[in-house]
Write a protein that binds this ligand. Structure first.
Ligand SMILES: [Zn+2]
Length: 164
């Protein structure tokens, strides 16, 4: 079992994201994915569910998603969500971004990347600062969600993606 707090799980190990990672490979519908069991392991995230489409319903569908695959799925998912966001105002390093659940204040550039949304705060506090799931953070470093700025690690939520 990995060190994933309930808060980080609720943001990055959601049925929606798992479905986004592998639904098209296994022809899982989103409705089916809601019942998926998600266990973060050292080597990856184990997901399992009873696959109703199988001849033997008691047979469990089970696979392990690597952290790299999950990181790419997270980045793609944020990219999709970013397309539903809009920049309300931008001045220097400060911006206000409209998301689906409200407006958020962001900083960019020399001020570093920050956002007032819950997703950003959770990822920055737990993944970057507290070192929960170092495997996932390492994998996210290969995506556009991560960069270092003045030697400081920066993580991006979907609001910050559109300010890139
Ligand atoms: Zn945000």
């Amino acid at each position: 079992m990995m060190n994933f707090s309930p808060e980080l799980r609720s943001q990055l190990l959601t049925p929606q994201l798992i479905w986004f990672s592998l639904g098209h490979y296994y022809q899982i519908t989103y409705q089916e994915a809601i019942n998926i069991k998600i266990d973060p392991w050292w080597i990856g995230v184990k997901v399992s569910m009873k696959h109703e489409l199988l001849d033997m319903p008691e047979q469990c569908f089970s696979t392990v998603i690597s952290y790299q695959k999950l990181a790419y799925a997270i980045a793609n998912f944020f990219g999709l969500n970013a397309s539903n966001c809009g920049i309300i105002s931008r001045s220097g390093n400060l911006a206000t971004v409209r998301g689906t659940q409200g407006n958020y204040h962001c900083t960019t550039g020399s001020a570093g990347y920050t956002c007032t949304c819950k997703l950003y705060r959770c990822m920055n506090n737990r993944l970057v600062k507290n070192g929960e799931s170092p495997q996932l953070l390492k994998a996210l470093k290969r995506t556009e969600l991560y960069e270092t700025h003045n030697g400081q690690p920066q993580i991006r939520c979907h609001h910050l993606l559109i300010l890139k």
